[in-house]
Design a protein around this ligand. Structure first.
Ligand code: AMP
Ligand code: MG
Length: 418
């Protein structure tokens, strides 16, 4: 389990920028050391625990990149057409019976090993066969054309996959190309998730007239699972100090992170703060971010705790900037900074200097073919529809005060956030 010191999230300043928050988390949250071995089928999304140096070159042997005819470089002509008799036929998976004779061409197919003596391949579309059955080769082909040399993709010994890499399908493909069957990965980060608030009812349970169904918990659990976490659903804890405190103590020892939503601002009915303080430590990070409210950062028995705001959109946005880097740091993952893609704004917007804002936006193809971002018409941090009906977030940096239509803005697709 993670073991953090109580003052691990201490921060001196009055306001914290998003970059400071991410920097502080990355510096102070240490990676868990537990590994496990998974088969390739189960490797997607996991964090690789050790570097993998190429045990063999890729491709493993020099082979043809096309269906065609292989010849030796000494036989290439830069000036005139030539006709060569056919000598041999090598299919993918086959091997040449003998070296190719000078002045001859071998029939070869994509992926077949080059026969000894052949260094260049003519594409079959570029040759013709004359009446005598000879292959007529055009002049001017570059020596080595249409051949994939052994190791051109990855030379043997090259560190092809790094420890800390979050595996995507292409990384799994590379491991398979090396003939590996199992990979050492960091065990899944265990996260206990609960919501707080007397106004919440769990879906499937009766809802009083003054209650709403708890949606954040399910959003956060889904987000965590996309980050590869193993999630314990603790349900809704009532805003009552003693039961919150005993609940926290119970989960702390068995989890790497405790995540809660709602009840962590400074209102008098927000008992999470007092409960955490009675069993550990807690600081409120006032982040210069909108939407977002204070985010509670705590440590209970060495286990980090993050308390996100209750408003769904604030919860979503602060998850991306606080929980995501925490989970990546716990898993020892290489940093994955979010890189907004420049797009044309199709909206006007005014904002406060010195604060980073995220505007929910949809993408649309303009008349001139350019992709542009359309702002969701309403702004409330409680509007779930604003997340459902848009494609991502426009990131407006601290130094921006307004956006005019036609200006370039940075867009983060929801698909890229997790
Ligand atoms: P709080 O952060 O507790 O002050 O809550 C802010 C707003 O978010 C209130 O309107 C809450 O009712 C709402 N809220 C709190 N927790 C949840 C939740 N788990 N699901 C949906 N809405 C919530
Ligand atoms: Mg509340």
């Amino acid at each position: 389990m993670a073991q953090l010191s109580d003052d691990c999230f201490a921060f001196g300043g009055p306001m914290m920028s998003v970059d400071e928050a991410v920097g502080l988390i990355t510096a102070r949250v240490s990676a868990i050391a537990d590994l496990e071995t998974v088969t390739l089928v189960d490797a997607d999304g996991r964090v690789l625990a050790r570097d993998i140096a190429a045990p063999m070159p890729l491709p493993p042997f020099t082979n043809s990149a096309v269906d065609g005819y292989a010849v030796g470089n000494a036989d290439l002509s830069q000036e005139a057409e030539q006709s060569f008799p056919l000598d041999g036929r090598i299919q993918a998976g086959g091997l040449a019976q003998a070296p190719i004779k000078p002045g001859h061409a071998a029939r070869i197919f994509t992926g077949a090993p080059m026969p000894p003596g052949a260094e260049t391949v003519f594409m079959q579309e570029d040759v013709r066969i004359d009446e005598a059955g000879k292959i007529v080769l055009p002049p001017g082909l570059k020596p080595g054309a249409n051949v994939r040399p052994a190791g051109e993709d990855i030379p043997v010994g090259h560190v092809a996959l790094r420890a800390g890499q979050r595996l995507r399908p292409q990384h799994v493909a590379l491991a398979a190309a090396f003939g590996l069957t199992r990979l050492d990965v960091v065990r899944r980060i265990r996260v206990a998730v609960f919501s707080t608030g007397d106004e919440l009812a769990s879906p499937g349970e009766p809802r009083a007239a003054s209650q709403l169904f708890d949606s954040n918990r399910f959003m956060l659990m889904a987000m965590l699972r996309r980050l590869g976490c193993e999630v314990s659903d603790i349900g809704i804890l009532r805003d009552e100090r003693a039961s919150l405190a005993s609940g926290l103590k119970r989960v702390a020892g068995h989890h790497d992170l405790i995540l809660t939503t709602g009840g962590v601002s400074t209102g008098e009915e927000d008992h999470v703060k007092a409960a955490v303080e009675s069993v550990g430590s807690l600081v409120l990070w006032r982040m210069a971010i909108k939407p977002g409210r204070p985010v509670a950062m705590g440590v209970v028995g060495g286990t980090p705790l993050i308390g996100l705001p209750g408003n769904p959109v604030a919860s979503f946005v602060t998850f991306v900037h606080v929980v995501r880097p925490t989970v990546l740091a716990l898993a020892g993952s290489l940093p994955e900074p979010l890189l907004p893609i420049p797009l044309r704004a199709a909206f006007t917007y005014k904002k406060k200097l010195g604060r980073r804002e995220y505007v929910r936006a949809s993408l649309r193809r303009a008349q001139d073919g350019t992709l542009e971002a359309v702002k969701f018409p309403r702004e409330g941090a409680g509007l779930l529809s604003s997340l459902v009906e848009t494609d991502g977030l426009i990131e407006l940096g601290e130094d921006i005060t307004r956006v005019e239509p036609g200006e370039s803005v940075g867009f983060l697709s929801y698909a890229d956030l997790l």
